[in-house]
Design a protein around this ligand. Structure first.
Ligand code: NBP
Length: 473
């Protein structure tokens, strides 16, 4: 072991421990510190022979690191991150680097970046995706902060990140809060992907598929265009039997989903930027409604729906649902990238959307074959506006739209909720509609509020008002 460690990590919960083992496995010596000392001791003891230095105090931890120090914080997002930073500041020297690798809100990252910079320290806000397994074997990393700080961290980040076609799944995303911002939208997209898969499952269940039949469908899809980590783990989850009862474990899991901050943060940010992310919105709201289990059980006794009659044969249903899922996924990513592009432009982050899609191909929860197509789309046309207009995606949507709407119609007529499928389709249909009913909306606005309107038969930018009749007598 060397005198000083190459890297330090604070916060030895699931993510921290696995990241440390990952960094150490690439040949770096790592110092570790956890608020609860027993966790540090147990972790170091459980990993004998590894280049790990367990520190009892933060002072000891800081002193064990080579300069400029590289310290990654992996504690619960929010106030704990500020607390750790405050404790670190008096112990650090100029140009030491502090990395927050948790799921921090990007505005917190911007605040911390300015704060530490003023103190002569360097800060990186890095989104890390991949859960426990990704952290251990290679996550997708989205670091934001000054380019010069990224250059210092690059060797460590590139060696621990997942690799796809030899390319590490990490790039310098942009300055300040750009990394955590992109990670936030990544999580929103993750919500969308998961909900879309659940809606496919819901249709199969209504059509009488057994869990093993469904697992076979998802396994088959994982060999095709829908190949992705989430499809893969869905098949595995459906195959899993409960050791106690022998029943499929999914049938025994309560249908109440929780949510952490990132999905909601994405919705709030999209609303602030006037960007439509209806698929992600539907996914977040689906979780909210799922959590109201008691109310749903009560409502199921009084509110009526149709009798479920899915007349399609299973093979035809699988083919149609495949297309509905694929097309909805394209819409979801279109919206997510629209949000990233809009915010990136506003903040002048100079984001490279193609490279962002490329680093999501490995390591992270939304890793998928189809991200190659998004990378290609932005590499071919960096100024591409709406992703649906890229030649590949345009053809795909034109090819799948009929099956997609048949699936949504089938679900609606049978009373099976498919909020993300239908929100995606509504976005597609709205976006491709030349004349929307907003003309009437403008008339209403002008009627009650004299908001004025433009006319189709007059030059753009000229505003008109009608003297509407009085309706209050
Ligand atoms: P948690 O988010 O559960 O945080 C637990 C860690 O935070 C423990 O080490 C705990 O120390 C430490 N901690 C807390 Br809580 N308050 C502290 C304080 N005031 N000062 C110092 N340490 C404090 O851990 P995690 O699930 O490993 O996640 C870490 C970060 O990574 C989070 O931001 C999370 O959102 C993000 N993330 C998680 C995943 C995932 O799959 N879990 C994936 C991607 C990103 P203690 O042992 O003394 O209580």
């Amino acid at each position: 072991m060397s005198n000083k460690s190459d890297f330090g990590l604070i916060g030895l919960a699931v993510m921290g421990q696995n990241l440390v083992l990952n960094v150490e496995s690439r040949g770096f010596q790592v110092s570790v510190y956890n608020r609860t000392e027993a966790t540090t001791e147990a972790f170091v003891a459980a990993n004998p022979g590894k280049k790990l230095v367990g520190a009892k105090t933060l002072e000891e931890f800081v002193q064990s690191l080579a300069r400029p120090r590289k310290i990654q914080i992996m504690v619960k997002a929010g106030a704990p991150v500020d607390q750790v930073i405050e404790q670190l500041i008096p112990l650090l020297d100029k140009d030491d680097i502090v990395i927050d690798g948790g799921n921090s809100l990007y505005t917190d990252t911007e605040r911390r970046d300015a704060y530490l910079q003023a103190k002569g320290l360097r800060f990186i806000g890095a989104g890390v995706s991949g859960g426990e397994e990704g952290a251990r074997k290679g996550p997708s990393i989205m670091p934001g902060g000054p380019l010069s700080t990224w250059e210092v961290m690059k060797p460590i980040f590139e060696s621990i990140a997942a690799k796809v076609d030899g390319e590490p799944c990490v790039i310098h995303i942009g300055p300040g809060g750009a990394g955590h911002y992109v990670k936030m939208v990544h999580n929103g997209i993750e919500y969308g992907d998961m909900q879309l898969i659940c809606e496919a499952y819901s249709l199969f269940k209504a059509a009488g598929f057994s869990t093993d039949e469904m697992a076979a469908v998802f396994n088959q899809w994982n060999d095709g265009e829908l190949q992705s980590y989430l499809i893969q783990i869905t098949a595995k989850a459906l195959e899993q039997k409960d050791p106690e009862t022998g029943q499929p474990i999914v049938d025994l899991i309560l249908d109440k989903a929780g949510q952490k901050g990132t999905g909601q943060w994405t919705l709030v940010n999209a609303a602030e930027n006037a960007v439509v992310i209806s698929t992600i919105n539907a996914a977040v709201e689906a979780r909210v409604l799922s959590s109201q289990k008691k109310a749903r059980v009560a409502a199921s006794k009084v509110l009526q729906g149709p009798k479920i009659e899915l007349s399609l044969d299973k093979k035809a249903l699988v083919a149609k649902v495949h297309d509905a899922l694929y097309a909805s996924k394209v819409v979801s990513y279109t919206q997510g990238f629209d949000l990233i592009q809009t915010m990136g432009g506003k903040k002048e982050w100079k984001l490279d959307l193609g490279r962002i899609a490329a680093i999501w191909r490995g390591g992270c929860i939304i890793r998928a074959r189809f991200l190659n197509r998004i990378t290609d789309a932005y590499r071919t046309d960096p100024s591409l506006g709406n992703l649906m207009l890229d030649p590949f995606f345009k053809d795909l949507l034109n090819r799948t739209q009929q099956n997609w709407r048949e699936v949504v119609a089938l679900a609606v007529s049978n009373g099976i909720p498919v909020p993300a499928f239908s929100a995606s389709l509504a976005y597609y249909d709205s976006y491709r509609t030349e004349r929307l009913p907003a003309n009437l909306l403008q008339a209403q606005r002008d009627f009650f509020g004299a908001h004025t309107y433009e006319r189709v038969d007059k030059p753009a930018g000229e505003f008109f008002h009608t003297n509407w009749p009085e309706v209050i007598g």
